[in-house]
Design a protein around this ligand. Structure first.
Ligand SMILES: *[C@@H]1O[C@H](CO)[C@@H](O)[C@H](O)[C@H]1NC(C)=O
Ligand SMILES: *[C@@H]1O[C@H](CO)[C@@H](O)[C@H](O)[C@H]1NC(C)=O
Ligand SMILES: *[C@@H]1O[C@H](CO)[C@@H](O)[C@H](O)[C@H]1NC(C)=O
Ligand SMILES: *[C@@H]1O[C@H](CO)[C@@H](O)[C@H](O)[C@H]1NC(C)=O
Ligand SMILES: *[C@@H]1O[C@H](CO)[C@@H](O)[C@H](O)[C@H]1NC(C)=O
Ligand SMILES: *[C@@H]1O[C@H](CO)[C@@H](O)[C@H](O)[C@H]1NC(C)=O
Ligand SMILES: *[C@@H]1O[C@H](CO)[C@@H](O)[C@H](O)[C@H]1NC(C)=O
Ligand SMILES: *[C@@H]1O[C@H](CO)[C@@H](O)[C@H](O)[C@H]1NC(C)=O
Ligand SMILES: *[C@@H]1O[C@H](CO)[C@@H](O)[C@H](O)[C@H]1NC(C)=O
Ligand SMILES: *[C@@H]1O[C@H](CO)[C@@H](O)[C@H](O)[C@H]1NC(C)=O
Ligand SMILES: *[C@@H]1O[C@H](CO)[C@@H](O)[C@H](O)[C@H]1NC(C)=O
Ligand SMILES: CC(=O)N[C@H]1CO[C@H](CO)[C@@H](O)[C@@H]1O
Length: 498
């Protein structure tokens, strides 16, 4: 790719930003898009795939906020603080100067030394920048196709053949997250016997094998999330034989301490992590297969958790997601009840408790549930993989957190795990499902508003049971990773550049 990105990477204590009027600087950036809760890579990709109309971004890793700027302006004034990444696209000349009102100037030594300065105000580093930009006009060959990709139409995307990594005899679950702190997605896997491992992304397409921790046998599900607020993602797994949650804390560079165990209900089969009581500390919810229940563990600080609270749901819950389903700014719980063939929702009461379990019929043996706005009406919808029916159910949100009857789509045999993600950068959520009985993965590209999909299947290993999306090769095209239970391997499907 030929696009030019200049990074000014800044790291320090605070993380606030305001874009707004600064004294005597009248022109303020036309900040055309503000997107919350996305990764730095997703932010980059939004800019790169914006058909050339966006020229700069400012990304805040701590609160996962992405700011995108329109290229109609030739200069912008920013007040921004550290812990953000500032990047330009297709600019031939950029000059940055600090607002004269800054108290103390000091050279930044990370990148672009001559242009960037900062001032120190009681431990908060604030930048006042004036950025003058010049759109690159020379060298037509550098007008990269990636920047001109239309967002209006459906974007077809394809994936390369799988690359596999054998890790064990049997493999239950995978996640793709950077745990080593080098900004490259690593692969975290739970396998038997009794291990949680990471495949460390070396950056050149090669993954290195590294065992992290021993856990009890039959640890089946995992989540990777910073639960002790040290900006390093921790690993949480559920052991469905000993009825525990195990937390492994990321110490440094992907080395882990623990596990620390917490009791939950019977046979925790799945988990999800999010701040359910709005105290800025992520909590844990497990789906307890034999308990016909979910357990809620409240984070009481530094990654220590309260005793669990149990809520009854349907029979044999197999998958759980935490999401605000009714737009009241509180996280609700969505659970796939495999034994009842329903999907259930527990709304957050707002006082650290959850209300009764409302359920909706889906297909046979729903093994996996995902949530996302597939019809682009700004309301989260529910997508379920029905193991026995070989279908996906999509339940569209009516707007108040109640749902329409399922719409079903046929997929492969034994759909076991589903995720929703915008794979082709067209601002529509696509659906990826691992078909355990067919040894393949179906990628359903959303053609309009969640009512028609282009389905393509890609072969993977034996008995795929877990699927995740990650930016593996850092090319702005999200990739798919799969845990093959039967082969004990991880498959990676890299997305082709269009
Ligand atoms: C992230 O931080 C910026 C600067 O403080 C703020 O403007 C923005 O609202 C924050 N985003 C969220 C989701 O809190
Ligand atoms: C802004 O500019 C005006 C006139 O140019 C000047 O009088 C004023 O002191 C300036 N304000 C600041 C805060 O620098
Ligand atoms: C942020 O995104 C993560 C991962 O996509 C999700 O689990 C979480 O619920 C989201 N949080 C908010 C506040 O939307
Ligand atoms: C880019 O997309 C925006 C909307 O997303 C549209 O308004 C604009 O006309 C497009 N520009 C080009 C050059 O296609
Ligand atoms: C931080 O510094 C500014 C300017 O020096 C001052 O006005 C403010 O009161 C200080 N804030 C704190 C919390 O010390
Ligand atoms: C990872 O380690 C396992 C067990 O030590 C070994 O069998 C496997 O071949 C290794 N995989 C890779 C990709 O190095
Ligand atoms: C972590 O990585 C840094 C930089 O590569 C290195 O200096 C440090 O020793 C590493 N720490 C551990 C615990 O491996
Ligand atoms: C959290 O950790 C910090 C630093 O290690 C410590 O000062 C603080 O007391 C801990 N808080 C709790 C609630 O454990
Ligand atoms: C959890 O429950 C045990 C007894 O079952 C009790 O001893 C302990 O204090 C409780 N812990 C918390 C954090 O409430
Ligand atoms: C929490 O709110 C619900 C619904 O408003 C109420 O029924 C319940 O008693 C409350 N629980 C506590 C502990 O306040
Ligand atoms: C979705 O698209 C279909 C076909 O284009 C249309 O009939 C339907 O009204 C659309 N639904 C929404 C919610 O936009
Ligand atoms: C690009 C592409 O493959 N588009 C296909 C999507 O699916 C519809 C319906 O199956 C086909 O008509 C398109 O050709």
């Amino acid at each position: 790719m030929d696009w030019t990105i200049i990074f000014l990477s800044l790291f320090a204590v605070a993380n606030s930003i305001s874009i707004g009027r600064i004294d005597n600087c009248s022109q303020i950036a036309d900040m055309s898009v503000l997107v919350f809760n996305i990764t730095q890579n997703e932010c980059m990709c939004r800019m790169v795939h914006s058909n050339g109309s966006k020229f700069a971004l400012n990304y805040f890793s701590r609160n996962r906020t992405c700011q995108l700027f329109e290229s109609s302006v030739t200069w912008i004034t920013l007040q921004f603080d550290v812990n953000s990444i500032f990047a330009f696209l297709n600019q031939s000349a950029i000059s940055i100067r600090i607002n004269q009102r800054s108290i103390r100037h000091k050279k930044n030594d990370i990148m672009d030394e001559q242009h960037l300065f900062y001032t120190e105000l009681n431990h908060t580093l604030l930048f006042y920048l004036i950025v003058t930009t010049t759109t690159m006009t020379t060298s037509p060959s550098s007008a990269s196709s990636s920047t001109t990709t239309a967002t209006a139409g459906f974007v077809y995307s394809t994936f390369r053949n799988q690359v596999t990594y054998k890790v064990s005899d049997t493999l239950y679950a995978v996640a793709g997250t950077d745990v080593t702190g080098d900004n490259k997605s690593d692969i975290i896997a739970v396998y038997d016997p009794n291990k949680v491992g990471i495949l460390v992304n070396r950056g050149d397409g090669i993954f290195l094998n590294q065992t992290v921790c021993s856990v009890a046998n039959n640890s089946m599900a995992l989540a990777v999330f910073d639960v002790d607020d040290d900006n390093r993602p921790d690993i949480i797994v559920t052991n469905h034989v000993i009825d525990k949650v195990n937390i492994m804390f990321n110490s440094e560079n992907g080395t882990f301490r623990g596990p620390v165990l917490y009791s939950v209900g019977r046979s925790p089969r799945a988990l999800s992590v999010a701040d359910v009581n709005d105290d800025k500390k992520p909590d844990i919810v497990t789906a307890n297969y034999y308990g016909n229940s979910i357990s809620v563990l409240i984070n009481i600080g530094n990654g220590t958790f309260s005793n669990h609270t149990i809520y009854q749901v349907g029979y044999n819950p197999y998958s759980v997601v935490i999401f605000d389903m009714n737009n009241d700014n509180r996280f609700d719980i969505v659970v796939a009840n495999s034994g009842s063939s329903t999907v259930g929702i527990l709304f957050n009461n707002g006082n650290s408790t959850f209300g009764v379990h409302n359920s909706y019929p889906v297909g046979g043996f729903p093994y996996s549930v995902a949530v996302g706005d597939v019809d682009n009406d700004n309301r989260p919808d529910i997508v379920v993989a029905n193991y026995i029916s070989n279908t996906l159910s999509v339940l569209l949100n009516k707007g108040d957190g109640s749902f329409m009857s399922q719409i079903t789509y046929s997929v492969g045999t034994g759909p076991y795990s589903v995720v929703v993600f915008d794979m082709n950068n067209d601002n529509r959520l696509d659906i990826i499902v691992a078909n355990s009985g067919a040894d393949n993965v179906s990628i359903l590209l959303n053609r309009n508003n969640g009512t028609a999909f282009n389905q393509t299947t890609y072969p993977v290993g034996n008995d795929p049971r877990s699927v995740a999306v990650a930016y593996i090769d850092n090319d702005c095209h999200p990739d798919v990773i799969i845990a093959n239970y039967g082969s004990g391997s991880v498959s990676i499907l890299l997305q082709n550049e269009n």
